[in-house]
Structures are given as C-alpha cells and as structure tokens.
Design a protein. Structure first.
Length: 95
C-alpha cells in the first residue's frame, strides 16, 4: 500500500514521473511534501502524540479547506496532501 501512496504523491503532489521516494514512510521525504504544499500556501500543522494509539495528527488547511488525518507522521502527511489535492483516499485511508 505504501508504494501506491508514494506513487500518487510523486504524481499528484510533487509533479514527478516514475521517480518515487518513500514519502509515506520516510520523514525526510514526507517533509518535501510539506515544503511543496507550503509553496502552494497550504498551512500544515503536525501534532505528535507519543502515548495515543491513534498516532499523530496532521492538519492541512487553506482558506476554507481543512484536511485532518491521524497516523504515523509520514503517512498522515501523505494522506492529508492527497486529500488537499482532491485525490480520493477512501481506499487507502487505513493502510
């Protein structure tokens, strides 16, 4: 499932071709996603939770559009980014 998410991030968020990084599992690669969305004036808030089973929270918002995702930080960044780009994540929201 992670490779599918990574491919969608590469295409829809990063504007890349078949070059795929481990966006959904590597925090450094996920941070590139945050930086790309920051260029598009998306505000990203990351709330780490050390002792909760739901994982961390990532919120992306721009004007009246808000996307809130729980999970491991890299995966949550990716899912929120895909939602922000209008990509359906219903089949991958709970990897």
């Amino acid at each position: 499932m992670s490779r599918e998410i990574d491919a969608k991030i590469a295409e829809h968020v990063m504007g890349l071709g078949p070059i795929i990084k481990a966006y959904s599992t590597d925090i450094a690669a996920a941070w590139e996603v945050v930086e790309r969305l920051d260029e598009e004036e998306w505000n990203v808030t990351i709330c780490p939770r050390k002792h909760e089973s739901s994982g961390s929270s990532v919120v992306m918002h721009k004007f009246h559009h808000n996307y809130h995702v729980h999970g491991d930080i890299p995966m949550a960044i990716c899912l929120a980014a895909l939602k922000a780009k209008g990509i359906d994540t219903s089949d991958i929201d709970n990897p």
